[in-house]
Design a binder for this molecule. Sequence first.
Ligand SMILES: *[C@@H]1O[C@H](CO)[C@@H](O)[C@H](O)[C@H]1NC(C)=O
Ligand SMILES: *[C@@H]1O[C@H](CO)[C@@H](O)[C@H](O)[C@H]1NC(C)=O
Length: 267
Amino acid sequence: MKFTTSVIAAILATSTYATPLAARDDAAPSITITASYAAAATSDSSTSSAASPKDTLLTQKLLLADTAADRYALLPSNTQFQFDFNQPKGLGGKGGDLFAANRKTFPALVGTSSGMAVGFLGPCGFNTPHIHPRATELQIVVEGKVITEMLPENGVFNVPGNATSGRRVIRTELSAFQMTPFYQGSVHTQFNPSCDNATFIASFNSEDFGTGQVADELFAFDDMVVQAAFGQAIDGADVDKFRKNIPASIAKGVSECLTTCGIAARR
Ligand SMILES: *[C@@H]1O[C@H](CO)[C@@H](O)[C@H](O)[C@H]1NC(C)=O
Ligand SMILES: *[C@@H]1O[C@H](CO)[C@@H](O)[C@H](O)[C@H]1NC(C)=O
């Protein structure tokens, strides 16, 4: 059986825009995620931050400090209270970059229950569907245009109480200085539909907000589990094929964007 558009739509929570994962050649650039925005997907040691602690135990010491006042002795330099999001971009040759300040990359956040990220989306840049397990995100666009989609949780339908009406996808089109919340645990995605850069700033009510890329996580299960999860709609041999293609799943709007902007699809 074919891996249908509606099946993919269910995974990606982009029912209006989803096309099959197999449409690999339509792949738009996804964004490079830095630091621990997606801890599972990146190695923290591979990224350097101006604010990275030289003392690898600093975050632990801050967490163990008897009082908040005692933490200041562990942060003697004022530069330890400064985080620089101006980091080298485009290293992955992808559609954009995202830099995250959490208690690991920025130990001064210990005790604040707060985190921050800045996302730079190039033309057609796409941040694949993901969740944050420990935080609600407030995202404000400060440059360009960003389209967002969020799938809150089970039981939220287009017509309240009517499952047949389909899951409700909350879509926003944000331009400069407009914002949207992504609730803790919700599946959400963002993309830049234009040929110009877009920049967003995201705050989190956790110093360790964490991230999970949904398609990547789902296809990490055993083949049999993946097949069962899709009602056996995917052939066993195809599971690995789909797995290798992630995260190149792409929204139709983004494909159109690539064409409009004359950007070559990448593998
Ligand atoms: C539920 O939604 C479906 C699809 O929109 C519609 O056909 C059906 O009439 C709705 N049922 C009720 C009870 O409103
Ligand atoms: C878009 O962003 C890239 C990477 O940050 C930068 O090199 C480029 O100059 C930006 N383009 C414009 C028109 O601002």
